[in-house]
Design a protein. Structure first.
Length: 156
């Protein structure tokens, strides 16, 4: 059987690499620190969030837990999949912040127009840094992989 007739299994190739390779980006330390800042910034608003609209407090708790999971994931193996998840979660947190300050969230209008609260500024700044870092790391990785012929039509 020639090497060309062997089918690539699930355990090989670009898809597996997306989940398993560690990029070892030096930017992960900044991302991990900013995720810690994001988690800390959300701690004081969990109680008021639960009192205002229970789902808001639950979302704050879920974001804090997600921040810690991402910190551990980036520390253990900063794979492209981990960076995509990091960009997605922090991007969604930024979107929720903007929506809560503009049109408001269902059953929660207390934050409309409150653009300068300390926890809010700390969270939006840290999440913006993390999201930007994640996108830069991903763009750099995929540009390098494409240049080396590891992704795209040339890799098939």
């Amino acid at each position: 059987m020639s090497s060309h007739s062997k089918s690539r299994g699930l355990g090989s190739g670009p898809v597996q690499n997306f989940f398993t390779i560690a990029l070892r980006s030096s930017w992960r330390w900044l991302a991990m620190l900013m995720l810690l800042v994001s988690a800390a910034a959300h701690l004081p608003v969990v109680g008021p969030g639960l009192a205002d609209a229970a789902y808001v407090g639950v979302l704050f708790i879920m974001l804090i837990l997600a921040d810690f999971v991402l910190i551990v994931a980036l520390w253990i193996r900063d794979s492209p999949a981990t960076w995509v998840l990091t960009a997605t979660i922090t991007g969604l947190a930024l979107l929720a912040y903007v929506l809560s300050r503009t049109v408001g969230l269902p059953q929660s209008s207390d934050y409309i127009g409150d653009w300068v609260s300390v926890p809010g500024l700390a969270s939006i700044a840290s999440e913006a840094v993390v999201c930007t870092v994640a996108l830069v790391v991903l763009a750099t990785h995929f540009a390098n992989a494409r240049r080396l012929g590891q992704v795209g039509p040339a890799s098939r």
